[in-house]
Write a protein that binds this ligand. Structure first.
Ligand SMILES: NC(=O)c1ccc[n+]([C@@H]2O[C@H](COP(=O)([O-])OP(=O)(O)OC[C@H]3O[C@@H](n4cnc5c(N)ncnc54)[C@H](OP(=O)(O)O)[C@@H]3O)[C@@H](O)[C@H]2O)c1
Length: 306
């Protein structure tokens, strides 16, 4: 079995990668502030900002591949804490690329659709980047810095993801479902579009990228859809009435938040499809996960919308 060092195993994507890994990989998953246990995964607790500790882990584990998902992934946090988020999003990513280069091992970095400004969707891998917020800028710095240190790094740009969040993480649909179940009105953007991807398909895409991809790869879902339309779809799937689960349409300009938001960062996933990436349709993916969804973190005004 090959060894994988997976950073961010306690996070949404990391947990889904562990969950859907299947046989063939012995996974060493790093956690930081959430020291969870994951069946079949060897957990390593580390602050990835401590380079000496990270190097030690590389030396002890001797991974065949590294998948780097750990990040400060909240765009408003990055906007208000640019230095702190730069450390984990940029500096750590470049260190990891360097450690992989020294050992000539496979390295996948998870970037984001928010490297684009949202004015020219759908975006393919060759389109020029143009971030509108600090998080997007940091992802670009990480992409460029990692590729400079190690040209073999595979950059998987991820769309907005949803699904089973694991024991401590969350995705944007859990607060939506909680609000619907508790009959709280839910404000959702009608003018913000994404190509959402399930955690299961995201994990499949990462494993496919490890096997076949080179350079940059866009991993997104099949449908371009607004947040409001996702709410309607989810409400129908969960069987709530319009009265119980009231959806209120709003526009980006109606809500003030620290980080500017891109309107439409939908992906063109032709390159990934050519490699064999075939995410299920959004309704299918939502039905699949809501059928066993039972962990409901409480919603806040902000997470309920975004
Ligand atoms: N979620 C999305 O919709 C989305 C969309 C596009 C791109 N992405 C990208 O996909 C990747 C995964 O996102 P996610 O949603 O899974 O993020 P997440 O749920 O917020 O998880 C972040 C992970 O990073 C770890 N981490 C943070 N700081 C650390 C540090 N100093 N040392 C060690 N570990 C640290 C956290 O560990 P602890 O929790 O244990 O502290 C956690 O495991 C990120 O690169 C993100 O930018 C996500």
């Amino acid at each position: 079995m090959k060894k994988m060092l997976l950073t961010g195993a306690s996070g949404f994507l990391g947990w889904n990668i562990c969950r859907w890994a299947g046989k063939g990989w012995e996974i060493y998953g790093t956690v930081f502030s959430h020291p969870i246990q994951i069946p079949g995964v060897k957990i390593v607790q580390v602050d990835l900002r401590d380079f000496r500790e990270v190097k030690k882990i590389f030396d002890v584990v001797r991974p065949d591949a590294v998948v780097h998902t750990a990040a400060a992934a909240n765009i408003n946090f990055c906007q208000t804490h640019p230095k702190e988020s730069h450390q984990i999003n940029v500096d750590v990513s470049m260190d990891i690329a360097g450690l992989c280069a020294d050992r000539s091992i496979a390295c996948v970095f998870t970037s984001s659709d928010l490297v684009f400004d949202g004015q020219c969707a759908p975006y393919c891998e060759e389109d020029p980047v143009s971030p509108v917020n600090v998080y997007g800028e940091q992802k670009i710095l990480a992409e460029e810095g990692m590729l400079k240190r190690y040209p073999d790094v595979i950059i998987c740009r991820m769309s907005l993801m949803f699904g089973d969040p694991g024991p401590v993480a969350s995705s944007f649909v859990q607060p939506m479902i909680a609000a619907m179940r508790e009959a709280r009105p839910l404000k959702l953007f009608v003018d913000e579009f994404r190509t959402p991807l399930s955690g299961r398909d995201a994990a499949a895409g990462i494993f496919l990228a490890l096997k076949k991809a080179k350079g940059i790869l866009h991993l997104g879902g099949r449908e371009r859809i607004s947040r409001y339309e996702i709410g309607v779809l989810l409400r129908d799937i969960l069987g709530f009435t319009e009265k119980k689960a009231a959806l209120i349409s709003c526009r980006q300009r109606d809500v003030h938040m620290p980080a500017p938001r891109a309107a439409d960062v939908s992906f063109d996933i032709t390159k990934a499809q050519t490699l064999g990436f075939h995410p299920v349709s959004l309704p299918e993916a939502l039905k699949d996960f809501t059928s066993f969804e039972n962990r409901l973190p409480s919603a806040t005004a902000e997470t309920a919308i975004f």
